[in-house]
Design a protein around this ligand. Structure first.
Ligand SMILES: [Zn+2]
Length: 106
């Protein structure tokens, strides 16, 4: 069964999520922005499959989450205050980030 998201809300500097299976996650906004999955932030593989990670500059409003939209029942599109909004975070990706944060890996 696909992972669903029941509820999402920004509380202070965290994004609080509750998933359809009863799991909850609290993701720090700065970490969330740095993990933006879009090609501009994470890079795209070249013809040989190598991924060159771009150097991303974050301005003063980059870690402010302005709003978000549900995308096709599988993810969230996040709109940051500096105008960046190309990243679509799938529910499993958000869940994975929460797990990594708990282990101190991000
Ligand atoms: Zn991005």
């Amino acid at each position: 069964m696909a992972l669903t998201l029941e509820h999402a809300v920004v509380i202070g500097n965290e994004f609080a999520l509750s998933f359809g299976d009863g799991g909850e996650a609290y993701l720090e906004l700065a970490m969330l922005r740095r993990a933006c999955p879009c090609a501009a932030c994470q890079g795209e593989p070249d013809a040989l499959g190598r991924v060159l990670r771009p150097r991303v500059e974050h301005g003063p409003r980059a870690f402010e989450l302005q709003r978000f939209e549900w995308v096709g029942g599988y993810g969230l599109q996040l709109f940051w205050a500096d105008g960046h909004s190309t990243g679509i975070y799938s529910f499993p990706y958000l869940r994975r980030l929460a797990g990594l944060a708990e282990q101190g890996q991000v």
